[in-house]
Design a protein around this ligand. Structure first.
Ligand SMILES: C[S@@+](CC[C@H](N)C(=O)[O-])C[C@H]1O[C@@H](n2cnc3c(N)ncnc32)[C@H](O)[C@@H]1O
Length: 227
């Protein structure tokens, strides 16, 4: 299929679901959204102005309900965190956490992360990128929707400053293998270990993962440094 301009529409890594927004999430969206949610814009963001300071900046793509991001941000008040997620209940849930924990070092963009990376973030603007359990798109014919592909990884690597890192995690072995192949092939990234890394402390253990571990499922972490 081609768009009206004749260009191929980009295949997206998500399908927007009409998820139910709970009352606490709706309240957080209304009350905290204006302060913590940044509208998508097709130009560069001035991150120092947004956060009101200069600090190491970390991007989390697809934060889901945001528990992990909120926990990481609370544990590292000296860092700033930008969370990008398309799903409204997740944005509401993270805002609720921001309110409950009194976080000031988190901002949220509700938009496709690929476009945010392309337009809003400048080269070498990030100290690190977290992508935890991206949608695995199990069926082979859907693999083209997977987020971790060479063009996105090259884009990500260019947004990370030398010495910064990219941390991925998945519970799907076949996707882990694809991640390892794609990251290893990106010349500006270097693996910090041979193959898969032990879970770094910077990634909180989720309930979903604890359940998986009890059931004997695997989890693969990948930790690459930008050179
Ligand atoms: C399987 S969930 C994992 C959520 C969370 N990281 C966790 O570990 O529980 C993947 C999330 O990525 C989001 N997502 C997928 N593609 C995205 C994109 N291109 N931009 C922003 N968010 C995206 C989805 O909406 C979904 O909430």
């Amino acid at each position: 299929m081609t768009s009206e301009t004749g260009a191929h529409p980009r295949i997206r890594s998500y399908v927007l679901r009409a998820g139910r927004v709970g009352s606490g999430q709706a309240r957080a969206l209304a009350e905290l959204g204006p302060r913590f949610v940044l509208p998508y814009q097709p130009d560069r963001l001035d991150l120092d102005a947004v956060f009101g300071r200069t600090a190491p900046r970390f991007l989390e793509i697809g934060f889901g309900m945001g528990e992990g991001l909120a926990e990481i941000a609370a544990a590292h008040p000296g860092n700033d965190y930008l969370g990008v997620e398309v799903h409204t209940p997740g944005v509401g849930a993270l805002l609720k956490q921001i309110g409950e924990r009194g976080l000031t070092n988190v901002r949220v963009i509700q938009h496709d992360a690929v476009e945010v990376l392309t337009s809003m973030l400048g080269p070498a603007s990030l100290a690190g990128v977290h992508i935890f359990f991206p949608d695995p798109w199990h069926k082979k014919r859907h693999h083209k929707r997977r987020l971790i592909q060479p063009p996105l990884v090259a884009l990500l690597a260019g947004r990370i400053r030398p010495g910064g890192y990219i941390h991925l995690a998945t519970d799907w072995q076949d996707y882990a293998e694809q991640m390892l192949a794609v990251l290893s092939a990106e010349p500006s990234l270097q693996n910090t270990v041979a193959d898969y890394a032990p879970r770094p402390d910077t990634r909180p253990l989720t309930k979903f993962e604890q359940r998986g571990i009890r059931l004997g499922h695997g989890v693969w972490d990948l930790l690459f440094r930008r050179i």
